[in-house]
Design a protein around this ligand. Structure first.
Ligand code: CA
Length: 375
């Protein structure tokens, strides 16, 4: 018998129940109600939408005026994201300052229900002191000389300033970032996308405490590394963590390296487009990037690519599958990205990841500005 014939044999009450259930499911999903054109169609739409809604934990080293901040705003503005929490790690700035920045940005965006969890203050092995010793021996060791929290004349670890005019009213959660990551992934097995856009210390601690955690996530998205570049900042600050995380058993790993980020300048024109309108996010762009204190520094949209390529894969024009690892010999190349394309056999334990290489910049900017300016 043709399978279609089975449908006609369903008792009327069962068929009505199925339609009612599918309508109920559709109403719970983010699908516009105009899509409810009938039971069968609604079921198909629900299946698509349940795949399209990403349960996300963002691990970040959030500077208030930074690519991390804009990456968080992308997640907040997207209807396809259920942001379960934000975990914070020292990187661009010290931990407590970044926690204050994250809480304040969420408050500005009217989304302070999203929990913020503080994580690692220091890398697993690397240290400022060792970095200075290495640089006295080898010269500059990081990409572009950028050192984030470790820059010589930067504020100290305990010096926390109001991110803009004030601190957020809400406080950080008592649970540590690592515990939150493990619990959240275990509570949603197979569903959570972990997006890591800072040094990978928090994620390394999580997979170290709970090795099954990586396997139970849905996907790991990393901004870090560079193919044929000097050590990229996130891998440079905590090379051992990056190595551990890239070797853990995530079902999928997608890496956004320097190579694609260099194709995405954050210009005054982009900032001005995002600042249109009177929304709190528009005001954030106006106050932070366009007001009098604006300095035309060269800036790339690193972390925004990692996040937006998950939500809008069409912004990526080319990616490749490579074996990826991180140099942990404490010499001049400490933190460099190691890669194999299959022509040479990689060492045991190194695994394949998807590496993003080329960006459709106009399309990327279009999606970015649309998200920033929507209500
Ligand atoms: Ca970052």
């Amino acid at each position: 018998m043709h399978p279609l014939h089975l449908q006609y044999r369903l008792p009327l009450t069962v068929a009505l129940l199925l339609v009612a259930r599918s309508l109920e499911l559709s109403a719970q999903s983010s699908a516009p109600t105009t899509r409810l054109l009938g039971g069968g169609l609604a079921v198909a739409v629900v299946a698509q939408d349940s795949q399209a809604v990403h349960k996300v934990v963002l691990d970040t080293d959030l500077g208030f005026a930074s690519d991390d901040a804009m990456a968080l705003l992308i997640l907040l503005q997207s209807g396809a994201v259920d942001l379960l929490g934000v975990t914070v790690v020292t990187g661009n700035a010290w931990l407590d300052q970044e926690v204050a920045n994250t809480l304040r940005l969420l408050e500005i965006a009217g989304r302070d229900e999203v929990p913020v969890h503080a994580g690692a203050e220091y890398p697993l092995v690397n240290s400022m002191e060792e970095m200075r010793l290495r640089e006295s021996l080898y010269g500059e060791t990081s990409e572009g000389g950028y050192k984030g929290a470790w820059k010589l004349d930067g504020p100290g670890r305990e010096e926390v300033r109001p991110p803009d005019s004030r601190f957020a009213q809400k406080a950080v959660e008592p649970l540590s970032a690592t515990e939150f990551l493990i619990r959240t992934v275990r509570d949603n097995p197979g569903e959570v996308v972990v997006i890591a856009i800072g040094p990978l210390t928090n994620i390394a601690l999580a997979v170290s405490l709970d090795p099954e955690m990586a396997r139970l996530a849905r996907r790991l998205v990393v901004m870090g590394g560079g193919i044929g570049t000097r050590p990229e900042f996130n891998f440079w600050m905590d090379p051992e963590a990056a190595r551990m995380v890239l070797r853990a058993p995530w079902p999928e790993i997608v890496v956004t390296p320097l190579n694609i980020c260099r194709q995405a300048p954050f210009t005054r024109e982009v900032a001005e487009a995002a600042a249109r309108g009177g929304s709190p996010i528009a005001r954030y762009f106006a106050d932070t990037f366009i007001a009098d204190h604006w300095a035309p520094v060269t800036s790339l949209m690193y972390d925004q690519i990692a996040v937006l390529s998950l939500l809008e894969p069409s912004v990526v024009q080319r990616s490749d599958t490579l074996w990826l690892d991180v140099e942990i010999d404490h010499g001049a190349s400490y933190g460099a990205t190691l890669y194999w394309d299959g022509s040479l056999e990689p060492p045991p334990g190194v695994r394949q990841v998807e590496v993003l290489f080329d960006l459709d910049y106009p399309r990327f900017i279009e999606h970015f500005v649309t998200l920033m300016t929507q209500p």
